[in-house]
Design a binder for this molecule. Structure first.
Ligand SMILES: *Cc1c(COP(=O)(O)O)cnc(C)c1O
Length: 431
């Protein structure tokens, strides 16, 4: 029996979602479309397996095959990023960050992170998140003129507050993360440097974005954004190092290496049984990323983002930082006289999915915002290139210029549908 027969209601919901993904333009910068192979593994029987522990050291029997899958996921990730250590078990990017922060810090320690409204992430110190509650976060910002990290401020804050760690990276930062410059700061104030490459991970793996490996003590990422794997997280270190604190790990007691502390912080520290179907699907995705086509794909993501950026600039839009080095552009709509919320809603009506986003020094609340964030990973997966990017920007521009014109919206909607039809997605999955 399959879903169609056992639960027609959910079967229909699933089909509606498949059609939505196929028939709309997905421009949310943190989203992507996984391959059928990744879907097959993520929807497979490994979801049944309890495998607390790590390969070769599990608390349950019957783990021989999930061990093989997790070992492959780790080895392939190490190869992709040139890392000596990886932990592929975090259920999400937030769990990866929680485990990394709790390994390197004690409650109440001071940490610096990029302000959420300037492109950071909830887990980089937001007061509504565990990070802001467990640690004493001091936020740094981007410079109003450049839209890039204000290193004068970073130096001043670091000297003043003597943080134990600085986090670099974020969710809405269109430029390369400045790992090397942050390294100089942490070296002077004797802090750890953590990189959160959740967004550009795929570009980092392909060498299209600088690597954090030589500069950062610990690196976290998601696996589902530019890396195009299943929803999940991962922690890495370029080199494992001796446990500098003489810290004791839960259960295993005194340990020698930081890797052992991270492993025991992930499980049993903050998680129980790993999602083995997802870990195996991560292995599949990493295998795909090791093939030459993934480099071509990643180059196209960046070319597409740059092409969008140029097109927006030529139509008089203000882009935070003036452009992009990566897969995303952040548009400040203040001068266009429309809020991020209104733009998001109008675009959604025509089948273009973006998210409203705070821009640096935003006067509006996070529920309204003055900007939208646009990313190219998902449309690039469908096979779209520069020509389609220019078309998409023209469509977005029409909607933003007349968000209340029902006639215009319905014309744009049919143009969006035509474009989607030319680049089919998951058609074989609709039944
Ligand atoms: C997406 C993201 C995360 C968190 O990922 P989840 O899987 O949603 O928990 C963490 N950090 C950054 C910078 C992100 O962009």
């Amino acid at each position: 029996m399959n879903l169609k027969d056992t639960d027609g209601e959910l079967f229909e919901i699933l089909n509606r979602e498949i059609r939505r993904e196929d028939e709309t333009l997905e421009l949310i910068a943190s989203e992507n479309f996984v391959s059928n192979s990744v879907l097959e593994m993520a929807g497979g029987v490994m979801t049944n397996k309890y495998a607390e522990g790590y390969p070769g050291k599990r608390y349950y029997g019957g783990c021989q095959f999930v061990d093989e899958a997790e070992n492959l996921a780790r080895d392939r990730a190490k190869q992709l990023f040139n890392a000596e250590y990886t932990n592929v078990q975090p259920h999400s990017g937030s769990q990866a960050n929680m485990a990394a922060l709790m390994t390197f810090l004690e409650n109440g320690d001071t940490v610096m992170g990029l302000d959420l409204a300037h492109g950071g992430h909830l887990t980089h110190g937001s007061p509504v998140n565990f990070s802001g509650q467990l640690f004493n976060f001091v936020s740094y910002h981007v410079h109003p003129d450049t839209g890039r990290v204000d290193f004068d401020e970073v130096w001043n804050l670091a000297r003043k507050y003597k943080p134990k760690m600085i986090i670099c990276g974020g969710s809405a930062y269109p430029r390369f993360i400045e790992f090397e410059q942050f390294r100089e700061v942490v070296d002077e104030v004797d802090a750890f440097l953590m990189a959160d490459i959740a967004h550009p991970a795929g570009l980092v793996a392909m060498g299209l974005h600088p690597s954090p490996i030589p500069y950062c003590d610990v690196i976290t990422t998601t696996t589902h954004k530019t890396l195009r794997g299943p929803r999940g997280g991962m922690i890495m270190m370029g080199e494992d190092r001796e446990n500098p604190w003489g810290k004791v790990a839960p259960k295993s007691g005194r340990v020698k290496m930081i890797s052992e502390l991270i492993d025991s912080m992930v499980m049993p520290g903050i998680q129980g049984g790993p999602l083995m179907h997802i870990i195996a699907a991560k292995a599949v995705a990493f295998g795909e990323a090791l093939k030459p086509e993934f480099l071509e794909y990643s180059r196209q993501i960046v070319d597409n983002a740059k092409s969008m950026a140029e097109e927006f600039l030529s139509r008089g839009y203000h882009l935070v930082s003036g452009g992009t080095d990566t897969h995303l552009v952040l548009i400040d709509l203040t001068e266009k006289g429309i809020t991020g919320k209104k733009a998001e809603n109008a675009l959604e009506k025509v089948g273009i999915t973006v998210n409203k986003n705070m821009v640096p020094f935003d006067q509006k609340s996070p529920f309204v915002t003055s900007g939208i964030r646009i990313g190219t990973p998902a449309v690039t997966t469908r096979g779209m290139k520069e020509d389609e990017m220019k078309t998409i920007v023209a469509l977005i521009d029409k909607v933003i210029s007349s968000p209340d014109s029902e006639d215009l919206l319905s014309t744009v909607m049919s143009e969006v549908l035509d474009l989607c039809r030319d680049f089919p997605l998951y058609r074989d999955l609709i039944s």
